[in-house]
Design a protein around this ligand. Sequence first.
Ligand SMILES: [Fe+2]
Ligand SMILES: [Fe+2]
Length: 174
Amino acid sequence: MGAALSPDLAIQRQPRVALSWNDSFLLGFAPMDDTHHEFVDCVAALQRCDEASLPETLAAFERHAVAHFEQEEQWMQRTGFPAAQCHADEHAAVLNSVREVAQMLRDGAACQVARELAEALADWFPGHADYMDAALSHWMSKRTHGGLPVVLRRAMPGLSAAVPDLSLQAGAIR
Ligand SMILES: [Fe+2]
Ligand SMILES: [Fe+2]
């Protein structure tokens, strides 16, 4: 029998639940919501895939991220969205990290570096979506439809019974 893991190491070895789509991610501008669904799937694949497929899964994530970020940046440029630069800067920082990790893997780094990137992406996405992407979604919806998006979110299992099955929520402009 091997030595028991120290509590700290045991915690580190716990597999984290992969990122999964839920309706709290819906922002109301359908083209963006579709792209974000794909983002979540790409990150989950990076969290779950076996070591042999990590480089290709990371390359697939990079292809997604390039298209995802370019799409949002084109929307901002075409419509004169205010504060576009700080949004684009955040995208650029993420892409830099992805490319650095891809290079580290090519240079023989352990797969752990890509797993840590996947965890960082899973942590980063909700805040970015809630703050920067939500503002852009509202802006695009107002330009397209002349009003704020109405977002239908299914109630999450385990939430209070006070939450109706379908809640009708109109997001506020940040
Ligand atoms: Fe986005
Ligand atoms: Fe974004």
